[in-house]
Write a protein that binds this ligand. Structure first.
Ligand SMILES: [Zn+2]
Length: 135
């Protein structure tokens, strides 16, 4: 699970680049959503803990692939919605409210709860909400 978005796992967020296994154990390559994201170290240690029963696990961060919001799976987009975060728009720039589905929304701030989110407001149901930035 992403420590900043409990309920949304890093597989569905598209952060898992590669998993390899050899005599030394598992090697998991992850793609950071944002370089400098303060949760990266925690995510790495949680992956090690989760896979500890399978074998010694080494976590490395991909330098070959860049994360983009296109990597979020449909399940990940659903999980973001359930968590009250609007997933990044796939086509248009319209942002849909995760609570009522209205597109009468406006940006309040370029920054949300985390670096990868921005704060929006829904004119229809008067709820503020975070939107996962499109990258
Ligand atoms: Zn709404």
């Amino acid at each position: 699970m992403d420590p900043e978005l409990p309920g949304v796992n890093i597989v569905d967020l598209g952060m898992v680049d590669e998993i390899a296994m050899d005599e030394q154990g598992l090697r998991v390559t992850l793609i950071p959503t944002f370089l400098g994201c303060p949760a990266l170290e925690l995510i790495g240690s949680q992956v090690k803990t989760a896979l500890n029963d399978i074998g010694p696990t080494e976590v490395q961060w991909s330098i070959h692939h860049e994360w983009s919001s296109e990597r979020i799976t449909d399940e990940g987009r659903q999980a973001l919605l359930l968590w009250g975060v609007a997933p990044p728009s796939q086509r248009s720039d319209s942002v849909t409210c995760p609570f009522c589905g209205s597109s009468k929304t406006r940006s309040l701030s370029q920054f949300g709860r985390t670096l990868c989110q921005q704060l929006y407001y829904c004119e229809s149901c008067s709820q503020p909400f975070d939107r996962f930035k499109r990258i």
